[in-house]
Write a protein that binds this ligand. Structure first.
Ligand code: CP
Length: 326
């Protein structure tokens, strides 16, 4: 026991974490993904304690720098930092000097002058966290960059699948929705395939990026068939804010052809998991009867996001040595 965190022998290999930043699942090895999941397992218990706080990151400063709206990611990073006893500052683009013409890199240089340790970045443009990571001494965590990656979302999704199914390898995971504009889909494809799941992406052709098969997934346009084979169905919303043209005839048509309602769900396996990263557009990709039904683990995903983000903050911070359990 050290810093209020009891680490298992597996998680003690935190010393094996060598990355300053977490930018995407594409860059992570299978061992690194497993290490995050094992470390999150150790942190999950802290949120069940009467006093939900450990001193693991005491003296560290985390900045949430969000250039796009967020409910789940921003809040859970803030709570994760607080539960690890770090200091946390929240900055949004609208409330910062970015509105006066300051560049992103100048903003980061000024934050670094204040000796911050970890920058959690969300931005509408792909690659901004990577650019900042190249210039900053602080650790950078990608909290979602454009349609590129959302690594902590995929890690919490993997954690939830592992928790509910006992494994990821060998499962059939079907991702349905706006794959073309989804950073969640991209990160999940990297993570799921690295851990040995079979991934099918299911969408109208206009919502699929070209050559997506090269990422090791199967493409389907037949949602009923894809759902029947799935152990896990992950729904995604239509991302109007990232689309330059109208890519589906209407939301009503999309719902009829691809939306998951009670009737369509009857074809699924009896132990299927229904997942969604949020925010859910009820009545479009997912009916309330399914979103709030017995197969849904949507709120478990949110709960697990806290433990996973605690683990990521802990690992990138080059956290203090911990003792092995004897
Ligand atoms: N899943 C997700 O990224 O949600 P937020 O946009 O609310 O953070």
């Amino acid at each position: 026991m050290a810093n209020g965190v009891t680490m298992t022998k597996d998680a003690v290999s935190a010393a094996a974490w060598t990355k300053k930043d977490l930018l995407g699942l594409r860059e992570l090895s299978v061992e690194e993904i497993r290490l995050v999941l094992q470390t999150a397992e150790s942190f999950r218990e802290i949120s069940l304690r009467p006093i939900k706080k450990v001193p693991a990151l005491r003296g560290k400063t985390v900045v949430n720098l969000f250039f796009e709206p967020s409910t789940r990611t921003r809040t859970s990073f803030e709570l994760a930092a607080k539960r690890l006893s770090a200091d946390i500052v929240n900055i949004t683009a609208q409330s910062s000097s970015l509105t006066k013409g300051e560049t992103v890199l100048d903003t980061v240089r000024n934050l670094e002058a204040l000796k911050v340790d970890i920058l959690v970045i969300r931005h509408a443009a792909a690659g901004v966290p990577h650019l900042i990571a190249r210039h900053a001494a602080a650790s950078v965590i990608n909290a979602g960059d454009g349609a590129h990656e959302h690594p902590t979302q995929a890690l919490l999704d993997l954690f939830t699948i592992q928790e509910k199914k006992g494994r990821v390898a060998g499962l059939n995971v079907c991702i349905v929705g706006d794959i073309a504009h989804s950073r969640v889909a991209r990160s999940n494809i990297w993570g799921l395939t690295k851990l040995g799941a079979r991934v099918t992406v299911c969408a109208p052709p206009t919502l699929l990026p070209p050559q997506i098969e090269q990422l090791g997934v199967t493409v389907s346009h037949r949602v009923d068939e894809a759902i029947r084979a799935a152990d896990v169905v992950m729904l995604l919303r239509i991302q109007h804010e990232r689309q330059e043209a109208q890519l589906v005839p209407s939301l009503r048509e999309y719902r009829l052809r691809y939306g998951l309602d009670r009737e369509r769900l009857k074809q699924a396996k009896p132990d299927v998991l229904i997942m969604h990263p949020g925010p859910v557009n009820r009545g479009v990709e997912l009916d309330s009867s399914v979103a709030d039904g017995p197969y849904s683990v949507i709120l478990d995903q949110v709960t697990n996001g806290l433990a996973v983000r605690m683990a990521v903050l802990y690992l990138v911070s080059g956290a203090p040595k911990v003792e092995e359990e004897s």
